[in-house]
Design a protein around this ligand. Structure first.
Ligand code: FES
Length: 170
């Protein structure tokens, strides 16, 4: 009977033991270079978006959104709204006859909703007793270290509108 040089079903006949280590190393290096390239390409848009966001925040355009009627908000009262998107909650406070302040009210510590305490005249985060100054949004007590992002408001006629967000100002 004729002897076959190797079994037809065995596809390992072309692997030479001498080259096995170098092939493995080369293959590994190719895989690593490919993975690094893929990672760089896949993260490029996100890095560019983040840079654009950080550099262009002050020029970012916002929609004008009606918050409340002046007559419906007495001095010392607050009203919740969302701005600029429906899932970004915010708080408008009437501090005096002509002074209104608004902030996105997700606490800058761990995102609990901050509320207005009219008795204490400051904004309070119930989760870890964070306290914020209503005139500036700057934290005055508790763990928060960054101010609440201020929502810029304007009054036209009897209506209060949100027109922008000062995200990174202190
Ligand atoms: S989440 Fe507001 S103080 Fe911790």
């Amino acid at each position: 009977m004729e002897k076959k040089p190797f079994d037809e079903d065995n596809y390992t006949h072309n692997i030479h033991k001498d080259n096995e280590r170098s092939l493995d190393r080369r293959g590994f290096m190719k895989t690593m270079v490919g993975a690094a390239g893929l990672f760089a390409v896949s993260t490029l848009p996100w890095g560019a978006l983040a840079a654009k966001e950080l550099l262009g925040l002050k020029n970012k355009s916002y929609v004008k959104k009606e918050i409340a009627d002046v007559k419906s908000l007495m001095v010392g009262q607050s009203v919740e709204f969302s701005y600029p998107s429906d899932h970004e909650s915010a708080l408008l406070i009437r501090l005096s006859d002509n002074e209104y302040k608004a902030y996105q009210n997700a606490c800058t510590h761990l995102k609990c909703p901050v509320f207005w305490s009219s008795e204490d005249e400051h904004m309070v985060c119930p989760c870890h007793h964070g306290v914020f100054d209503p005139k500036t949004g700057i934290p005055t007590a508790g763990p928060p270290r960054r101010p609440l992002p201020e929502v810029v408001v304007t009054i036209e006629g009897n209506t209060i509108y949100a027109i922008g967000v000062k995200r990174y100002e202190t």
